[in-house]
Design a protein around this ligand. Structure first.
Ligand SMILES: Nc1nc2c(ncn2[C@@H]2O[C@H](COP(=O)(O)OP(=O)(O)OP(=O)(O)O)[C@@H](O)[C@H]2O)c(=O)[nH]1
Ligand SMILES: [Mg+2]
Length: 348
């Protein structure tokens, strides 16, 4: 937003805000296709908006962008708070742009629902990447459900790709269901870990080992190096106990230090190998198609749910049913059916 400083009557400094001219869908599309980062940012704001007039614009925008075929790679990065995701993305992203790639960084952050954009809010961790003309960084969108936040990020991926960003990194903090959401929108899923006290597998979330295409132990430098290498062996042993993945890929375990910039290029080499393998086998393409189908169903669930709870008969009776089920006067299943029947009646 442009600002203009004026000295008012009493000599008090006043800041006048100009609203930027609204761009049409065509102008937005063209700007995105031209790789204009400021237009891309505005296009994403429309995709993230919940205002009705923006919703229509967003549909057309995303459709226009979908028609642009891109050869992109979507990489998910997860790990507990403090593991070093942002720092890693800074070095990894810079490495990729130095290899001539264009990198977009997005985030799914369920914790940012109320404090708008906490992940990547710390752009200070990405000082180099922020300045890089071949990188685009977008803080996480806010929203009232993980589904909503995830949808916004997924649509933003399409816009970034249409703008020529051929590598999209999606950061997510390892809490709740956000990892599953991100896993189902990326081609490659990277889990960052820290070396602990030699008991690496303790406290690792169920399911995450199955999702990871690579496990990278970060902060592997100095006194920590030996510990990190031990952790690496432990993870490798543990992974052998898992059945082979559907895509035929055996998850790779490695160590890196984002601070010392070691082991970073190797991670990119692993991803390139993964791409060779899965593109040859056809898995890459079929996985993307399945992800699209998954998001279609996911969105239907989301929309139906929203609609259900907005209908007057449901709104009126839900509270009563809540009280009744709490008192065991009616079973939850029966109560749901009664509400559903009221809902259906209202649809007619
Ligand atoms: N020694 C060392 N410290 C690191 C390394 N990578 C990150 N750190 C430090 O670890 C701390 C957390 O790093 P972040 O990049 O903010 O971690 P994060 O995973 O993004 O954290 P959240 O955004 O809170 O989830 C910071 O103090 C970093 O400087 C590394 O490779 N070695
Ligand atoms: Mg971070």
């Amino acid at each position: 937003m442009g600002t203009e400083k004026n000295t008012g009557k009493k000599g008090v400094l006043q800041v006048k805000k100009h609203r930027k001219k609204k761009l049409s869908v065509e102008e937005l599309t063209q700007g995105v296709f031209n790789g204009d980062k400021s237009v891309l940012a505005r296009a994403i704001t429309i995709v993230e908006s919940t205002r009705n007039e923006d919703l229509k614009k967003a549909y057309t925008l995303v459709e226009n962008c979908l028609s642009r075929k891109s050869n992109s790679i979507r990489i998910g990065i997860t790990g507990v708070p403090g593991v070093g995701k942002s720092t890693f993305i800074e070095v990894f992203g810079t490495t990729l742009t130095s290899l001539g790639r264009k990198v977009a960084v997005l985030a799914v952050d369920p914790t940012s629902t109320f404090s708008k954009g906490s992940i990547l809010g710390d752009k200070t961790r990405m000082q180099e990447l922020v300045k890089d003309p071949n990188a685009f960084i977008r803080p996480s969108p806010s929203g009232d459900s993980l589904g909503g936040v995830a949808r916004k990020t997924r649509e933003s991926v399409i816009l970034c790709e249409a703008a020529g960003f051929d590598i999209v990194l999606i950061e997510t903090v390892g809490v709740g269901q956000s990892e599953t959401a991100v896993h189902s929108m990326v081609d490659f899923f990277l889990l960052l870990k820290l070396a602990g006290a030699g008991d690496e597998l303790q406290g690792i979330k169920r399911g995450i080992m199955e999702m990871a295409d690579a496990i990278v132990i970060n902060k592997a430098e100095g006194d920590n190096l030996k510990k990190a290498q031990r952790a690496k062996s432990e993870f490798e042993r543990a992974l052998q106990l898992y059945p082979p993945k559907e895509n035929g890929w055996i998850p790779k375990v490695s160590t890196c230090s984002s601070i010392e910039n070691s082991g970073i290029v190797e991670i990119w080499e692993t991803i390139e190998k993964f791409l060779d393998t899965t593109k040859d086998s056809g898995y890459f393409e079929s996985n993307r198609q399945n992800q699209n189908k998954y998001w279609l169903l996911q969105t239907i669930n989301e929309l139906l749910k929203q609609h259900f709870f907005q209908v007057p008969s449901v709104k009126e009776n839900l509270e009563t049913m809540m009280v009744k089920v709490a008192q065991d006067k009616i079973s939850p299943f029966r109560a749901a059916e009664v509400l559903m029947a009221g809902y259906k009646k209202e649809l007619k």
